[in-house]
Design a protein around this ligand. Sequence first.
Ligand code: S6P
Ligand code: ZN
Length: 198
Amino acid sequence: MNSTKDTPFTFAVNVAQATLEQYDNHITRTLSSMKGQYLDAATYEAMLPEEDRLLYEVYEIRRPETAGELLHGLSVVHPGKVGSEYFMTKGHFHTVLETAEVYYCLKGQGCMVMETPEGDWAVEELRPGRVLYVPPRWAHRSVNTGADEDLVTFFVYPGHSGHDYGTIEQQGFRKLVVEENGQPKIVDNPRWRGPESR
Ligand code: S6P
Ligand code: ZN
């Protein structure tokens, strides 16, 4: 496993299948872990008892969580919607706000919804071959807007970044991505509860 290595190492990404040849940790997130995040709360509550659907998975290469290290791995968001809102990751700020992240899209169609504590927001498209640079201070959430394909990205970020999920759990993102007439559309989040709205 890589966590014990202090010498250079390589591993393969199967580009055709958008999978990693090896990984140390596999995280799964299901519908029940997204309470309060989807706008259509009634549909969310109705879907839960039917099946705790698998929304996304993360495959990590384990490295020490220290400043000189780079944490990396694969994020896979499955296709689907809660009401008109696409399946997405929880999203987070990095605990150390001044840390950036790079995403390289291997497969699928989607976007990254981002915002800063200062009130800026951005949504950038993710599609195979595109690289997204998330600067320091920007919270980020990936959204799969594809009809029937996984959204797969390879990510790299500083080892000491940490994850602040609580802020997004409490206030949400300013923008949501929903399907309207068969197309993805960016809309205001009427339930956004950031400092300016309180
Ligand atoms: C970590 C990086 C990704 C996400 C993954 C799942 O900094 O941004 O590895 O962890 O895409 O998203 P989330 O919001 O559940 O961590
Ligand atoms: Zn991150």
